[in-house]
Write a protein that binds this ligand. Structure first.
Ligand code: B12
Length: 310
């Protein structure tokens, strides 16, 4: 599918418009065909102040459904694209978020996995898919749950769909050659939010790391024992909520000593670290805002070493 120029995502629910060139690329037809259909009224457009044609998604879908189906077929392009395919080609994130939101709260793992795979095959990286689609949708689900607009079971289904779909996506992605580096990852005691942790593990594996994940809800004293046992190069902590701050404060000293003794770097991430009190306990080497700055950190601090120099 052609990759269109990325345009800024409109707000959730706001309809984007497409230029003549973008529509021609989406349908695989010439710009003059698009202009002809527009001029004879088959494909309505709006004009910019400079006189250029812009087409709404609704106009494109309407054209496909009616007259356009035959015209597109005549040009050898089949019956056109589905609205999801159009949204993928146009990188229409607000539309795609809406689609994923519905799929997720309906518990439709197969469609969720297929959508992520389609996005990946259209040229997007798993990190881009996470940051533009999954994270905003899960945050929206959290907000709607808090406002009482979603049931707890819908939030649970959305979590399961996201875990299954990202695992499916991860299986499609080639991994960098192993560099002999080990990362130890987990969420602190009391925190059951494991989706970000899974995404971090997947990023590390894609970058060629061997990963041991201790999962959610890991007491820091036991995490520290694992550091002693495995001597990892990197420790990743994902924390979304903190249940018992004093307990974490008590255990983190020993955890930190263990990490330093083994020369391991510590990376933290997650909403819990927005609180300066929590951040001050978890002395760290890097705090990630998301996955893209994490990948940058990994590539900067742990550059690829050719096998001959290892
Ligand atoms: C799904 C979910 C759950 C699921 C988790 C299921 C699972 N298997 O993981 C369940 C149902 C268990 C759950 C339970 C609860 N939840 Co909850 N949950 C969520 C929800 C909707 C999504 C969380 C998520 O996965 N986000 C997606 C990830 C990808 O985004 P992220 O965490 O922001 O991570 C990004 C970055 O921060 C970064 N990152 C994160 N960690 C790391 C680590 C490293 C190393 C790196 C490099 C990067 C990194 O990268 C990620 C990708 O961009 C959030 C809403 C939200 N705003 O997140 C509420 C939310 C976190 N939950 C909330 C609450 C209140 C609860 C409960 C207390 C509810 C209750 N009364 O029982 C319990 C607590 C359970 C516990 N003890 O942990 C609140 C927390 C409010 C607060 N700050 O205190 C939220 C914000 C909902 C809300 N809007 O109120 N929850």
């Amino acid at each position: 599918m052609p990759r269109s120029k990325r345009s800024p995502s409109p707000a959730f629910g706001q309809s984007p418009t497409y230029s003549t060139a973008e529509v021609a690329r989406l349908w695989g037809v010439s710009e003059s065909s698009v202009k002809r259909w527009s001029d004879n009224g088959l494909l309505p457009c709006v004009r910019t102040p400079g006189g250029h044609r812009r087409f709404t998604l609704q106009a494109l879908l309407e054209f496909q459904r009616t007259t356009g189906e035959k015209l597109l077929a005549e040009q050898g392009q089949g019956a056109g694209l589905s609205d999801v395919e159009l949204a993928i080609a146009a990188r229409d994130w607000s539309q795609l978020q809406m689609v994923y939101y519905k799929v997720a709260i309906a518990g439709d793992e197969a469609t969720g996995a297929a959508l992520l795979e389609q996005l990946y095959r259209s040229g997007l990286s798993p990190v881009e898919i996470t940051e533009q689609l999954l994270t905003p949708v899960l945050h929206l689900i959290g907000d709607r749950w808090r406002r009482g607009e979603l049931n707890i079971w819908e939030e649970h289904l959305a979590s399961q769909v996201t875990l299954a779909a990202t695992e499916h996506l991860h299986r499609q992605v080639p991994h960098a050659p192993p560099q002999g580096r080990l990362a130890l990852c987990g969420c602190p005691e009391g925190d059951l939010h494991e989706i970000a942790l899974h995404l971090v593990v997947e990023v590390l594996e894609t970058e060629g790391w061997r990963v041991l994940s201790l999962g959610p809800n890991t007491p820091l004293f036991s995490f520290a024992d694992a550091i002693q046992r495995f001597a990892p190069h990197l420790i990743c902590i994902s924390a979304t909520i903190v249940q018992d701050l004093e307990r974490l404060r008590r255990d983190y000293g020993h955890f930190y000593q263990m990490a330093r003794r083994h020369g391991a770097r510590i990376v933290i991430g997650g909403a819990a670290f927005a609180d300066p009190q929590v951040r001050s306990i978890f002395v760290h080497d890097f705090q990630a805002a998301g996955l893209s700055d994490f990948v940058e950190y990994l590539r900067r601090e742990f550059p690829t070493v050719p096998p001959s120099e290892r």
